[in-house]
Design a protein around this ligand. Structure first.
Ligand code: FES
Length: 118
C-alpha cells in the first residue's frame, strides 16, 4: 500500500496550541490522525491511544489537556508529550503515539499516510 500526502489546512487556522483531525483514505476504515500546532511547529500522530487502542478524543479536534501543555486520551487519561508523543503519565507509560509525517509548505499543513486507510 502506498502513502499519499494530503492537506490538513492552513496553519493560520489552527489555534496555538491547538489540534485538527484528519482522515486519509476512503470507506469505513480511513487512516485517522491529528495534528498539533505549537507556535510555528506542527506535530502529527495517528489517533490511536497506546494504552488499549481507543481513539484519543471524544470531541472533534480536542486532544489537549486543559492547560494545553500535553496530549490527553479521553478514555483513561493517558497523557503524552506534544513534541515526542511518548506517554508521560497514566496507563500508557513506556509507550508512545505513532508519529505521522507532517510538513508545512506555503502556510499549509500536509500529512502523509496510507492511501487505502489503515
Ligand atoms: S485507551 Fe487511552 S488511556 Fe486507555
Amino acid at each position: 500500500m502506498s502513502d499519499i500526502e494530503v492537506a490538513v489546512g492552513p496553519l493560520a487556522e489552527l489555534d496555538d496550541p491547538g489540534c485538527r483531525e484528519f482522515a486519509i483514505g476512503e470507506g469505513d476504515w480511513p487512516f485517522r490522525g491529528f495534528v498539533v500546532r505549537q507556535g510555528d511547529a506542527v506535530y502529527a500522530y495517528q489517533n490511536v491511544c497506546a494504552h488499549v487502542g481507543h481513539p484519543l478524543n471524544w470531541s472533534a479536534h480536542k486532544f489537549l489537556t486543559k492547560d494545553k501543555s500535553a496530549i490527553i486520551c479521553a478514555s483513561h487519561g493517558a497523557t503524552y508529550d506534544i513534541k515526542k508523543g511518548n506517554c508521560i503519565a497514566g496507563p500508557a507509560r513506556g509507550r508512545s503515539l505513532q508519529a505521522v509525517a507532517v510538513a508545512v509548505r506555503d502556510g499549509v499543513v500536509y500529512v502523509t499516510g496510507p492511501e487505502g486507510g489503515q
